[in-house]
Structure formats: C-alpha cells, structure tokens
Design a binder for this molecule. Structure first.
Ligand SMILES: Nc1nc(=O)c2c([nH]1)NC[C@@H]1CN(c3ccc(C(=O)N[C@@H](CCC(=O)O)C(=O)O)cc3)CN21
Ligand SMILES: CC(C)C(=O)C(=O)O
Ligand SMILES: [Mg+2]
Length: 264
C-alpha cells in the first residue's frame, strides 16, 4: 500500500473523494487507525487537553509534540503524518524554522500552524526550505483567550470575508493543506470551492474535502464534554476498529457530519 502524500489528497479532492483524518498520540492507536483506512494522522496540540488534562492547548511544548510524533511515526505504514506546532513556537519565522526542524526530524511529514495574514511570511519560508505546511484558520484554539472561549468564527459577513481571504492568501503563500475549524458550513463550502489545495474541516459542515476529529471524542472517552460537532462512534459499534471504520465510511458516504454536527 503506497504512502499518502499531499499529492494523494489533491487527487482525492479532484476526484471528489472525501478523505478522513484523526488525531493520534501513540504508536498502537496510530497503527490501528492507519490499518482501518484513516488517510491523515495528526499529533495535535489537543494532547494538552485530552492527554495532559489542561483546559486549553497553551501549555503544550515542542518537546511534547516531538515525543508523541516519534511514537506515532513508528505506528504508521500508510497515513500522512502532520504535527501541530505549539503555542508561541512559531511567533517569528526564525522560531518556526527552528521548531519545525525538530518536528520534521521526529518523523512528521508536514507541520500545522494556526493563523491568517500574519503567518504568510512564515508559510513561504518554511515551504521554500522544504517543510510542507498545513495552515489552520477559523477557530484557532491557541487564540482561545483572544476569542474569549471556544466560539464559532466567521458568522458575520465581515469576518467570513476575512477568513475566505486568509484561506486564499495562505494557499498563495505555499500552504499545501488547510484545516478550517468551527465555522458556518456555507463559509466552509465557499473556501473549499475557492481553493485548489485540499481543505479539512472540523465543525465546518459536510462540504470540505476531508474531515478531522479528535480520537478521544470518536471513542467516547473525552473527559467531561464532547464538542457538538464531534461524534462518539464507539457507542454504535462497541469496538475501536469498528468505530474507526464507521467514521471512515460515514465521511466517505457523506453521512457525517450531519445537520446536528453543523454550524450555520
Ligand atoms: N476533545 C477535544 N475535541 C476537540 O475537538 C478539540 C479539543 N479537545 N481540544 C482542542 C480543540 C478545542 N476545540 C473545541 C473545544 C470546544 C468547542 C466548543 O465548545 N464549541 C461550542 C460552540 C459554541 C458556539 O456556538 O460558539 C459547541 O457547542 O461545540 C469547540 C472546539 C476543538 N479541539
Ligand atoms: C482538532 C485538530 C484540528 C487540532 O488541531 C488538534 O487536535 O490539536
Ligand atoms: Mg491543534
């Protein structure tokens, strides 16, 4: 089975074939998710919340992500491996290059950074130097204290236009993948249609090119509350591998996300 690359995902987009992504933080879950057909695995800074028990992602360090990236890398045969760059690890292009080096050397195939306009120079520099970039806009959890909570973004016309412009600019700067989080489905569709690169949604409706969820939500073990846009697939299947297969199948068939997982 050949490795998933950004070219594979671009081909999926062009063919209208929806693809599936999941977070993973260790080799065993990574191997299971990979063998059940998950196309993209993300070592997310969500690990600060679901593994470390913090109430946001800000305490996560580059070494935390590097450690889990090394673990996940050993479990993968096929999936594309993305590593999140933590809060303030890419505040300047120079810091971004230093810290992206650590994550790429830990086994990542690509790094993900949260931000719009201010990030363009960094995206260009990383890409030019051989680091593939996935950009992340909309609800960017590292800015939770600026937003005043984990709130849906882009609901008014002005912010919707700004987010669409950011998406286009990030693609032009060299980003090869884009995550859009917690935005209205109509805006997510407009972004996915406007871009050539594949767009992965979370809480962004059914019309993005791919979907991503946090594994703990899919397996119903997030402590406390599970975001409205997420879905516990263990409940309907009773077995981890079957839960992952159900998620893959429902994304492929367009069943997930449904209206109840979608913001307008
Ligand atoms: N377990 C888990 N799942 C995630 O999806 C996730 C994490 N952790 N940690 C990192 C970020 C934080 N995320 C979150 C967390 C909460 C909401 C949330 O409470 N959203 C409200 C929307 C409120 C509104 O309408 O503005 C919701 O009802 O889902 C959204 C994204 C997504 N990511
Ligand atoms: C939810 C995804 C997109 C993420 O950034 C993470 O898990 O940290
Ligand atoms: Mg993240």
């Amino acid at each position: 089975m050949s490795k998933v690359t950004t070219s594979t995902l671009l081909k999926f987009k062009q063919e209208g074939k929806k693809f599936t992504a999941l977070t993973a933080y260790d080799a065993s879950f990574a191997a299971a998710f990979d063998s059940e057909g998950i196309d993209v695995l993300l070592v997310g800074d969500s690990l600060g919340m679901v593994l470390q028990g913090h109430s946001d992602t800000l305490p996560v360090t580059v070494e935390d992500i590097a450690y889990h990236t090394r673990c996940v890398h050993r479990g993968i045969e096929r999936a594309l491996l993305i590593a999140d760059m933590p809060f303030m690890s890419y505040a300047t292009p120079e810091q971004a290059m230093t810290n992206a080096t650590v994550l790429m050397q830990a086994g990542a195939n690509m790094v993900k950074l949260e931000g719009g306009e201010w990030l363009l120079e960094t995206v260009k520099k990383l890409t030019e130097r051989g680091v593939p970039v996935c950009a992340h806009i909309g609800l960017t959890p590292q800015s939770v204290h600026v937003f005043g909570g984990f709130k849906v973004q882009g609901r008014d016309a002005e912010n919707a236009q700004r987010i669409l412009n950011e998406a286009k600019a990030l693609e032009a700067a060299g980003a090869q993948l884009l995550v859009i989080e917690c935005i209205p489905a109509s805006l997510a569709k407009a972004i996915s249609d406007a871009l050539t690169i594949p767009v992965i949604g979370i809480g962004a409706g059914k019309d993005t090119d791919g979907q991503i969820l946090v594994m703990h939500d899919v397996l119903g073990i997030s402590s406390g509350y599970i975001p409205r846009f997420s879905k516990n697939y263990l409940k309907q299947t009773g077995e981890i591998r079957a839960a992952v297969r159900a998620y893959v199948d429902e994304v492929a068939s367009g069943t997930f996300p449904g209206a109840e997982h979608t913001f307008n």
